[in-house]
Design a protein around this ligand. Structure first.
Ligand code: GLC
Length: 750
């Protein structure tokens, strides 16, 4: 297709490759990251995920070799051949990733005559599963390659043998393992080989397709309907190294406010001041720690964003300040769809300033969401983002503590938005087809920046839709799950893959959003959910209520036990957030992230790590009170009984309803907090250091948990060395914040 390589010319770290029929570029960004760019649609990259110049000055060589050119950095090599075939090697010359050269051979075909018949029964049949897209790349697969990442896609942790699409989709039907897309589009994946590992970030916002060996066992492909072939090949020595480079490129989750890591109570259906007061009172009466209650769409007047229904909420400011006195903050939902209504300031102002998406012939584009007919703010326009951000004052002035952006795929009730709806991208006119997958990203950016300017605090923004890089602006949840055991199970690989895709601050609707939960499911869900960074019980209108006190005494006390566990672990979770901001490593981690050479964990769907020290093996099946737990290499301790286990094996473990099997890695130091009903109830809590048998070291971080003063050095960092046999050394690595009033060391197992 490209023809013969005619010549190549480096300019700085950018290499222009002139082929007979096409010009392409390789850009050496770091010794581990090489950008591959074919400007089919535009000369510019136009990335929404990558902000700023990521080029680090590195040396590399370009050498003419038989049949092409060899580009070599200190870490990677790339052999460039005719037809723009690229083969990447590690620094020892081991082949990591080769472009596929053969012809496409689908593993199966269906007789054309059968297709129509099958469609009549409702089957979704493709002729061959072998499609050529206008923008496409095909690479070889080795026998034991595993593939991870790709954001919130359902199904197994290892994506090998499956196909997916990136097209942000609001799907309220029960999510299935076979779904090709959901709310988020994160075109990043990691290929773990028998020997070696690499990542690819395919930066294309158009509808995109990933076929990871379903079409043929020998190759995989990614491609799109339009745009450029623009991908970043990322080499690294380990999976954490790859995640770190990917998040160097697309950004990292900024340190959140500490309270956001507490428990959140939510429900679509809390629709009056009385209800909110009752829920808060009940949480306190039942001694369930809680930091926030969420206000879903019912707080608004006829679902008009930036309004409050004053007949059901006589004075929201007073309500919010009363909740605050109990240590409970308010998070309000703000959807993008603005109701079409005369004299509604948001609508009128946006129309007057041309801030909404248009039809190709210049009229304001109208579809429908909760408020009925609605228009779509053009968040690709910086002026719209600023305008929207400034309007958030409506919420900050009332004392709202965080914003929940929903329906920003963007969702639409009146059929999908046509591809040609006109949006802009930083001043350039473009279409829905290009902007769709970054609509939620741009909205989250507007919210984050607006909130930061208004409050000076670390913004708490939740978004349902996102793209690669959205982790810089928002936390996410996995959308409208259901109260099904399969969904409890599915959330583990889903959250793990989001984490590997840079999105560390994740959670699911605990108890399930749609359908009705049961006491047993609720008990199991809170046990797993208390390890999700975003820790929220949320459910749908029309579903049975699922507040913790509605399932009887036994479940209430189990619920309390795990919310309390989470609150005790808050310093640990906060440390993980700090690590994430510095390295990009997620909070919830698949075992394969730290034990990539252990083949037993490459397809591990029902266990996960919280940081490096805690291994969680929750029960995700009805009626199960014992389960098999795999522990990777090393010594592990049962969190509850302190019993010692030798890793590298499977163990049957008891898990009665009130027990979630948790294991602690030998030598761990776990920082803990004393029991509190909300973050800040004890203004200066002591620090409890749980020191587990074995040797290890740990860095603990401490700051005011709210603003950006830490970026000017207002924090403390302590190195805690566990020398074994009840000997611990604490050294201050950084001093810029007040000390703990007390540090209590608790030796485990003595
Ligand atoms: C969407 C959201 C859900 C919310 C509902 C009403 O379905 O995913 O969380 O409760 O809209 O706003």
């Amino acid at each position: 297709m490209f023809g013969k390589l005619l010549d190549y010319s480096p300019e700085g770290q950018l290499i222009t490759l002139r082929y007979e029929k096409q010009t392409a570029y390789l850009h050496v960004l770091t010794d581990k990251i090489i950008n591959v760019f074919v400007p089919y649609a535009s000369k510019e990259h136009r990335s929404k995920a990558i902000e700023g110049d990521k080029e680090q000055s590195v040396s590399f060589t370009l050498e003419k070799i038989v049949g092409g050119v060899m580009l070599t950095t200190s870490f990677l090599s790339c052999r460039i051949s005719d037809d723009f075939k690229l083969d990447f090697y590690d620094k020892n010359g081991v082949l990591l990733c080769a472009d596929y050269r053969g012809s496409r051979v689908p593993r199966f075909t269906i007789q054309e005559s059968l297709i129509e018949l099958m469609k009549q029964e409702g089957h979704d049949v493709h002729l061959t599963h072998c499609t050529d897209y206008p923008v496409q790349c095909v690479k070889t697969l080795d026998k034991n390659d595993c593939i991870y990442g790709l954001g919130d896609k359902t199904g197994s942790l290892n994506k090998r043998y499956y196909e997916y699409e990136n097209w942000n989709s609001d799907i309220p039907d029960p999510h299935e393992d076979s779904f090709k897309s959901l709310y988020k589009s994160i075109p990043f994946f990691i290929t773990l080989k028998e020997k070696g590992i690499y990542g690819i970030f395919y930066d294309n916002t158009y509808k995109s397709y990933f076929n990871f060996g379903k079409e043929n066992d020998g190759y995989y492909s990614f491609g799109s309907d339009n745009g450029n072939l623009d991908y970043y090949f990322i080499g690294g020595s380990s999976m954490p190294d790859i995640v770190s480079s990917y998040t160097y490129l697309t950004g990292r989750m900024p340190l959140p406010q500490k309270w956001t890591l507490g428990y959140h109570q939510s429900r679509w259906g809390y629709d009056s001041e009385e209800t909110f007061r009752m829920i808060a009172a009940k949480l306190r009466e039942c001694r369930i720690p809680c930091d926030a209650i969420h206000f879903d769409i019912d707080y608004m007047e006829r679902y008009k964003v930036f309004t409050w229904n004053t007949s059901r909420f006589t004075d929201p400011g007073i309500l919010l300040s009363d909740l605050k006195k109990q240590g409970i903050k308010a998070v309000t939902i703000v959807d993008p769809g603005v109701k079409v209504e005369e004299d509604y300031p948001m609508y009128e102002e946006g129309i007057a300033n041309d801030y909404y998406a248009k039809t190709p012939d210049g009229a304001t584009y109208v579809n429908a969401v909760w408020p009925g007919d609605a228009v779509y703010p053009d968040f690709g326009n910086p002026a719209v983002r600023k305008w929207w951000g400034e309007h958030l004052k409506f919420y900050t002035e009332l004392g709202v503590a965080g914003i929940w952006n929903d329906m920003n795929e963007p969702a639409s009730f009146n059929g999908p938005l046509p591809d040609d709806v006109v949006f802009t991208d930083e001043g350039r006119q473009t279409t829905h087809a290009e902007i769709h997958n970054v609509y939620g990203h741009n909205m989250a950016k507007a919210t984050y920046e607006g909130w930061k300017a208004l409050t000076g605090k670390r913004p708490f923004v939740i978004t349902r839709a996102c793209y690669g890089g959205s982790q810089k602006y928002a936390t996410v949840w996995t959308g409208d799950n259901q109260s099904l055991w399969t969904h409890l199970r599915m959330a583990i690989p889903q959250q793990c893959n989001l984490g590997l895709s840079g999105v560390a601050y994740v959670g699911t609707d605990i108890g399930g959003f749609g359908a009705d939960t049961t006491p047993e499911l609720m008990a199991r869900w809170i046990q797993t959910g208390c390890f999700s960074p975003l820790f929220r019980n949320h459910c749908a209108k029309g579903s049975m209520d699922q507040e913790p006190w509605l399932f009887g005494e036994e479940v209430l006390s189990i619920y309390r036990k795990y919310v309390e566990l989470r609150y005790s672990l808050l310093p640990y979770f906060y440390d993980l957030c700090r690590v994430c901001e510095q390295t990009g490593l997620p909070i919830i981690r698949p075992l394969v992230l730290h034990y990539e050479n252990d083949i037993n964990v490459r397809n591990m769907n029902d266990e996960f790590l919280a940081g490096e020290s805690l291994l969680v093996a929750p029960v995700v099946d009805q009626g199960v009170t014992k389960r098999l737990v795999y522990l990777p290499e090393g010594i592990w301790y049962d969190y509850w009984s302190h019993e010692e286990y030798r890793g590298g094996d499977y163990y049957p473990v008891d898990a009665p309803l009130d027990v979630c099997p948790i294991f602690v890695k030998a030598g761990s130091v776990i920082p803990k907090a004393p029991s509190q009903m909300y973050v800040g109830e004890i203004p200066d809590p002591e620090l409890i250091l749980e020191v587990w048998p074995g040797e290890g070291s740990y860095v603990h971080y401490h700051d005011n948990g709210e603003d950006f003063a830490y970026r000017e050095g207002a924090y403390n960092e302590y190195l805690i060395e566990n020398k074994g046999n009840c000997e611990v050394n604490i050294t201050k690595l950084h001093e810029g914040y007040k000390d703990y009033p007390d540090v209590r060391i608790k030796y485990i197992g003595v």
